[in-house]
Design a protein around this ligand. Structure first.
Ligand code: ADE
Length: 239
């Protein structure tokens, strides 16, 4: 997959391209991340990238033309039919389902805004989709774009090894993850649940599913709304 990021702060993206699972995906060539900086498309001495909003009020907007040109350059970089995504608190909520869906794309262009946002006409004409990573306001779209890059990259074939398949992740079956334990067997006066030491894989699978259901019911009942439970899940939740 090719991802082109449109941002005034491209160095921030080293956080995902240089480290961990996503860094490895970049090294293996499973995902390519390029940058396009609106500042490179300014023509004035001060390389101005912001402008005042019509109607007044505090704060500035991103200047239209450098941003428009940076998006055009991003399209050139990916050389494929790319889905253009603008990160903003006004967008639809990004979630696991969205990450799986976006991982099917050949190319993505992620536009990270700064200041109070961008001109609405630029969104109308250049952007396919506006996405939010949660109901809070960040100082820019970069962190949100990195969240999207990380979550989408995990869904690409070959990115996660056998030890950490995406199928075992939280949210895959619409549930929170079960609790996990490692050595030592006793820690802080608490012991590892017996079943995990039993070697009975079927019993362990059922225990984990039950834990996942219980946690989801207690912590995020909204995730269970409208979810069709399997007979086994119904039995475990009632038990
Ligand atoms: N930019 C600023 N806040 C954001 C959010 N919550 N989601 C996506 N982009 C943003």
């Amino acid at each position: 997959m090719q991802i082109a990021v449109v941002s005034l702060f491209p160095e921030m993206f080293d956080a995902v391209t240089a480290y961990g699972v996503t860094g490895r995906a970049v090294k293996l060539g499973l995902v390519r991340v390029s940058h396009s900086n609106p500042r490179d498309f300014t023509v004035d001495k001060h390389r101005t990238v912001d402008d005042r909003p019509y109607g007044g009020g505090p704060g500035m907007l991103m200047k239209i033309d450098p941003l428009r040109q940076a998006i055009a350059a991003a399209k050139e970089q990916v050389r494929a039919q790319a889905r253009v995504v603008y990160l903003s608190p006004q967008g639809q909520r990004f979630d696991h389902r969205k990450a799986v869906e976006m991982a099917q794309e050949e190319a993505l262009i992620l536009v990270a805004g700064r200041y109070e946002g961008v001109d609405e006409r630029l969104i109308e004409t250049e952007v396919d989709e506006e996405l939010s990573i949660g109901d809070y306001v960040l100082s820019g779209g970069e962190l949100a774009a990195m969240v999207v890059i990380d979550a989408v990259t995990r869904q690409l074939p070959g990115v996660l090894g056998h030890g950490a398949s995406a199928e075992e992740d939280s949210y895959v079956n619409g549930l929170l993850d079960c609790p996990h334990y490692t050595r030592p067997e006793a820690f802080a006066g608490r012991v590892v649940p017996d079943v995990l030491l039993s070697g009975d894989h079927e019993k362990i699978r059922r225990w984990r599913l039950k834990q996942a259901l219980g946690r989801t019911y207690e912590r995020r009942p909204d995730l269970l709304q409208g979810r069709v439970m399997t007979p086994e899940e119904q039995e475990l939740l009632a038990d």
